[in-house]
Every structure is written in C-alpha cells, then in structure tokens.
Design a protein around this ligand. Structure first.
Ligand code: NAD
Length: 380
C-alpha cells in the first residue's frame, strides 16, 4: 500500500505525521511512502531527507490524496481534506469524533475508514500507539520550559558570591501524563515542587519523582476519582477544601502549572482570580487545560497575558507543536506502530481487523458506517 502524508494546514501546526525514520520503518512493512513537498520543513525534516529515505515527494496535497491508500496526518481533516477522501482509503490522524459529528458523517458517507489516534484504548498493549500520552508528555515538559522562559529567576537555589538565590516553588495541579512530565522536569531543574491530584493513588508517583504531594484532609479520599484512572467532578465540599488549600499556597508559589481535566467536561476552574491576585509579581501560571476552557479563571486560550499585579498567565494550546521535531518523531512512531498492527503479515497489505480491540476502538468510520462509539474493550 502507499502511505501518504500531506502538509498540515491548521494554522500554526508545525508537526508532521511521517518522518524520514518512520518512513523507513513503514517500508519494512512492505509499504511505499509519499509526502507533500515541504510537509516536514517546520519540524526540521527536509524534502531531501525524505527522498534519501526512499519517500516520493509530491508537489501538492491533492497529489498525495490521489496517490495514497492510507493518509497519515496530525490534525483531523478540514472539510476540504475530508472531501478528498474516497472509498477504500484510510485516514489515520487525531479526529475527536465526539466533537466532530458532522465531519464524521461526511467521511463515513465517502466510505473512507478513519482511525482516530485520540481513540486508541489506553491499555498496556496499545501504549506504543498512545499518541495522547506521547503528546501530553511533551506538553508537560514544555509547560515548565515556557514557565521558566517567563519567570525571571532560577529554578534551583544557589549560593553565589553575589548573593543567595532561593529555589523556585512550583505547584503542579493534576498529575496525569502531562502533570507527571511537568513534575519530572521541574524537580530536575532544582525547583521545590508540590503537586496535587484528586486521585489519591498518584501520591506515590508524585513523591517518587521528588515532589511533595499536597495532602487534603478529607473524609472521602476517593471523592474526585472515577473508574479507569480518570477523574470525576469533585463534590462541592471537596472542591472548597481544595480551593482553600490553594489559597494558602498562592502567596508562596512562584509557578503554577495546571493540567486538570475530567473526561467529557470543560476543565474545572481551580486557580481562581483571587488566587492570581495573591501571587507575587513575576510569578507565572501555565494553563495546559486552556484548550478545554482553562483551569485558571484568567486564562486566555492561545495567548499570554500579564495581570495588573505582574503575574504572567500562559494559555497556549500548541505545546507539542512548539517542539515539532520531537513531537513529530514520537507521533510518527505512534502511527507506525498502528500501521504495524494493521499490516500483520508485513507484506504491505492492510488487514483492518475489527475483531482486534485496539483497532476496533480507534476506528470511528469504516465501510460507509460511523463506528463510534466503540463497544467496551474485551481486554483490560
Ligand atoms: P487527564 O488528562 O484526563 O487529566 C489530567 C489529570 O487531572 C488527571 O490525573 C486527573 O485526575 C486530574 N484532575 C482532574 N480534576 C482535578 C482536580 N479538580 N484537581 C486536581 N487534579 C484533577 O489524565 P491523563 O493524563 O489522560 O491520565 C488519565 C489516566 O489514564 C491516569 O490514570 C493515567 O495513568 C492513565 N493512563 C493509562 C495509560 C495506559 O495504561 N496505557 C496511558 C496513559 C494514561
């Protein structure tokens, strides 16, 4: 089969779904690869590097859509791209089917198959294809780097001839994949790091990474924890306790990185306006939940603001794209692993096995039908 990567057309998107390295791996599965000219440029991969890896460089997206049997992309298709899909073609990309019903119907009508990378079941066997995690890991790391870039001080404490420098104090709210990556980065830079999550089981992970778990004295320790490792909305009583704790911490901490999300809901508001007012001038809030409405009351998605009391609030929604070389490498590996499972005999033939839990879970359109939502997975 021919695997093709068109250039991402979403404004500001720097990533690419195929790298020269991933193309070499795809060829080992018996596939041929094509790419649109310039598709990898913003991620640091030149057309010449693709050509040297045996990839055919085509001049336009239309040429890639026409030539390829399988299209690989980062962002879900814009309507114009979806209209280029045809019967028998497969698209592998992020898709967010619950938020894109019309687009989903359109691709199903065109009888294309869509594998949504955001729908890969989060089971052990599928970790190598878990693009949500690979991108969240990068976002968590980059959030700390952005915080440092906007914080005019060291993370680590120092005693120098010119004076003593106190270590920065960093609070990470939410210790999922992105939060844990942020904790690791913050502690490795030498900051005193605190972290909080509604799921008490993460306390051990937080502490094993050198941060201090912010303990909340509450009768029902499981208040905000749902099944499957995700969070549920907290009770009003729990939320009040949590906010009271954050108000205690607000004047102390220099940097707050918020990553709290609840599946299927807007991000919970956890860093309120009065907490921002209590922070010292020069402090920084990086809100990784900005795309889902933000954890901080004052976040402006896709932007950075400075409040009257000199607190910078970063609401960027493109953290992985800001590290496009790294994120393209990891994302293209996630895609390559998906294609490995879709090519079981390594003979260049796609076998779209809907009996396979992972393939079934991620497939949102197939043979003219919408196949989202999937049935619950058989394997845990
Ligand atoms: P997420 O992005 O949905 O949420 C981020 C974090 O915010 C979560 O830890 C959540 O508990 C926390 N949160 C929600 N409300 C909060 C509040 N009010 N205050 C503080 N924190 C709050 O999470 P994620 O990174 O997608 O990870 C979710 C789960 O999935 C974790 O248990 C993770 O270990 C698990 N996971 C499993 C696999 C796998 O097995 N393959 C892969 C990735 C993640």
């Amino acid at each position: 089969m021919k695997i093709g990567a068109p250039k991402e057309i979403f404004e500001g998107e720097n990533r690419v779904a195929m790298t020269p390295d991933s193309a070499l791996q795809l060829q080992k599965l018996g596939h041929a690869c094509v790419i649109e000219a310039g598709a990898g440029t913003k991620a640091g991969f030149s057309d010449a590097a693709y050509a040297a890896a045996g990839v055919e460089v085509l001049p336009t997206a239309a040429a890639v859509f026409a030539a390829a049997d399988v299209l690989v992309k980062v962002r879900g298709p814009e309507e114009a791209e979806a209209r280029l899909l045809r019967e028998g073609q497969t698209l592998i990309s992020f898709f967010w089917p619950a938020q894109n019903e019309t687009l989903l119907k359109l691709v199903a009508e065109r009888r294309a198959t869509v594998v949504a990378m955001d729908m890969v079941p989060r089971i052990s066997r599928a970790q190598k294809m878990d693009a949500l995690s690979s991108m969240a890991n990068i976002a968590g790391y980059r959030a700390v780097i952005e915080a440092g870039n906007n914080f005019g001080r060291f993370f680590t404490g120092q005693v120098t001839a010119a004076g003593k420098v106190p270590p920065a104090k960093v609070l990470i709210v939410g210790a999922g994949v992105a939060g844990l990556a942020a904790i690791g980065t913050s502690t490795s830079l030498g900051a005193i790091t605190y972290a909080f999550d509604v799921r008490p089981e993460v306390a051990e992970q937080i502490e094993s990474m050198g941060a201090e778990f912010v303990f909340l004295d509450f009768e029902d320790a499981q208040d905000g924890a749902a099944t499957g490792g995700y969070a549920a909305p907290s009770s009003p009583e729990f939320r009040e306790k949590q906010l009271a704790k954050f108000r205690e911490l607000a004047p102390e901490v220099d940097i707050v990185i918020t990553t709290a999300l609840i599946p299927g809901r807007p991000a919970p508001k956890l860093w309120t306006e009065d907490m921002v007012r209590m922070m010292k001038p020069g402090s920084v809030v990086v809100d990784l939940a900005a795309e889902r409405g933000g954890n901080c009351d004052l976040t402006v998605p896709d932007d950075k603001i400075v409040t009257e009391n000199g607190v910078t609030i970063v609401g960027y929604t493109d953290f992985p794209s800001r590290m496009a070389a790294q994120s393209s490498t990891l994302y293209s590996n996630n895609i390559r692993h998906m294609l490995t499972d879709l090519t079981p005999k390594k003979d260049g033939v796609i076998n779209h096995n809907m009996e396979d839990d992972v393939i079934r879970g991620a497939t949102v359109a197939h043979q003219g039908a919408v196949t989202f939502p999937p049935p619950p997975p058989k394997v845990a």
